[in-house]
Ligand binder design. Structure first.
Ligand code: NAD
Length: 502
């Protein structure tokens, strides 16, 4: 295996003065993960009633590696008839098996799925990176372990619901229709399947069309865990398949993570029905640096908040508010740090920023970069070379951004940061809350009292203090305003899958 040894340009020989070299041109020997540790089938059918079934249309569509544009596999395109089959299987499993099963037995299945996921962690990380373009260090160290942790966590709740909701009797809802986005495919599937199963519901889940592979791998794991047929059904397809799930009369609950636009379509579609819904939608998080913050730590936090996962994060800190007195220093340090970020092969463990998920998403990001320039903001991008094939975007910042600019108001969903300044606490709270979204926010300051003041007054589902993008299965996650409603994770994440009786 190639060694990841950092090679540095030699220091120029100087007389007797010791000079520290802050040159950022580190180069690492390539250290790619091996594709051969993962098996990807040439073709995937639909996982319905515990079996792999051909789609009734016999149609399949390609899923590609966005870093190379090579085809990885082809997956079934499910239509309304397939969705109906999957919902029938889920209903049958609900009535005949799952709702009658003692809760501690249900828990054992969820534990088993989590354990197998851990055993296959390396393969899952490789497939997630190949299909989605995210750096292997993220899929390996964050996505896969966090997905397994969610399953472990909710397995623990399955037989303790009476403690979660004291003096209340709980009942599952029935069949849950679940739809996930392309940025965290395996993690979002685990976020949705784990609480649904723990509370006694059965599932029909559809992953996003550009990143279906790890969810199909999860179907293989579910089969290996001997989960009773029909308890979890995985079907693939694009928006029309998702709409067929949403509109199916025998689905009791919709759990959707994706864009605000599609969230609105779903809400309109289920209005007037008895379906319960959780909608986890877009974001435009404010990340706020006060002058008393540890600046180096804050700059590192900003890098993590927006460049992590190519900015393909709903809670990405894409609006940076810096107190005027430290703005110059923060921007200078941020530019320096951007120069050292490694953009390229997502399979290389040294890569910081991988490939943009699809050509369509790259077009959207480029459109916003052009809008930012037109709006008169000052743009800076790192000078790194980009691979010739695949979809890539250099880390980019805009300073001198106005609150009303589109790049400060609209979700870009790429490694593009808008920087604004402020003078007082009241001013920054007003600006941070002046957004149609309210998913997450960050505060960097030395003062605990300031943190409490900000977290109390900010309209965001999660507010991180002196850190960003930290997740834990025990913490609820969800939005305000157009970022959606309902919570996933923690004890709160059980409630959207239950009826509380008396
Ligand atoms: P998207 O809304 O385009 O697609 C999400 C899913 O919905 C996909 O599986 C898609 O096939 C399906 N879909 C599309 N049209 C549909 C319809 N009419 N009915 C039912 N399903 C339909 O979103 P995306 O581009 O995959 O993901 C990016 C978006 O997701 C961003 O806006 C991001 O902020 C958001 N997101 C939010 C969270 C959160 O927790 N709040 C987490 C991750 C991503």
């Amino acid at each position: 295996m190639a060694k990841a040894i950092a090679k540095k340009k030699p220091l120029a020989k100087k007389s007797n003065t010791i000079k520290l070299n802050f040159d950022t041109s580190w180069e690492y020997a390539p250290a790619p993960e091996s594709k051969s540790a993962a098996t990807i089938n040439k073709q995937y059918d639909l996982f319905i009633n515990g079996e792999w079934q051909q789609p009734s249309s016999k149609k399949y569509f390609d899923t590609i590696n966005p870093a190379t544009e090579e085809k990885l596999s082809e997956v079934a395109d499910a239509n309304a008839a397939d969705v109906d089959k999957a919902v029938k299987a889920a209903r049958n499993a609900y009535d005949k098996v799952w709702k009658k099963m003692p809760a501690k037995e249900r828990a054992k299945y969820i534990f088993r799925i989590a354990r197998i996921m851990q055993e296959k962690a390396r393969e899952l990380a490789i497939v997630e990176t190949l299909d989605g373009g995210k750096p292997i260090k993220e899929s390996r160290d964050f996505d896969v372990p966090t997905a397994a942790n969610h399953l472990f966590y909710y397995a623990g709740w399955a037989d303790k619901l009476e403690y979660a909701f004291p003096n209340r009797r709980t009942e599952p809802l029935g069949v849950a229709g679940q739809i996930t986005p392309w940025n965290f495919p395996l993690l979002m599937a685990a976020w949705k399947i784990a609480p649904a199963l723990a509370t006694g519901n059965t599932v029909v889940l559809k992953p996003a069309e550009t990143t279906p592979l790890t969810t199909l791998k999860l179907a293989e794991i579910i089969q290996e865990a001997d989960l009773p047929p029909g308890v979890v059904n995985i079907i693939t397809g694009a928006g029309e398949t998702g709409a067929a799930i949403v509109n199916h009369a025998d689905v009791n609950k919709i759990a959707f993570t994706g864009s605000t636009n599609v969230g609105k379509i779903i809400q309109r579609a289920i209005a007037g029905t008895n379906k319960k819904a959780t909608l986890e939608l877009g974001g435009k998080a404010a990340n706020i640096i006060f002058e008393d913050a540890p600046i180096d730590q804050a700059v590192e936090g900003v890098v993590n908040a927006i460049f992590f996962n190519q900015g393909h994060v709903c809670c990405a800190g894409s609006r940076l508010y810096v107190q005027e007195s430290v703005a110059k220093e923060v921007i200078r340090k941020l530019r320096d740090r951007m120069q050292s970020l490694i953009v390229g092969d997502p399979m290389d463990k040294n890569t910081d920023i991988g490939a943009i998920n699809s050509r369509e998403q790259l077009n959207i990001i480029q459109k916003y970069i052009a809008i930012g320039k037109k709006e008169g903001a000052e743009m800076y991008e790192s000078s790194c070379a980009l691979p010739s094939k695949g979809f890539w975007c250099r880390p980019t910042i805009f300073s001198n951004v106005a609150q009303s600019n589109r790049i400060a108001q609209e979700e870009i969903f790429g490694p593009v940061l808008s920087i604004l300044t402020f003078r007082t606490d009241d001013e920054v709270i007003e600006k941070a809350n002046n957004s149609p979204y309210g998913l997450s926010a960050g505060v960097w300051t030395d003062k605990g009292s300031k943190i409490f003041n900000m977290t109390k007054r900010m309209r965001a589902g999660v507010v991180w203090a002196n850190t960003f993008n930290k997740f834990d299965p025990t913490s609820p996650f969800g939005g305000y305003k157009e970022s959606g409603f309902g919570r996933e994770g923690g004890l709160h994440g059980l409630l959207p899958y239950l009826k509380l009786i008396n």
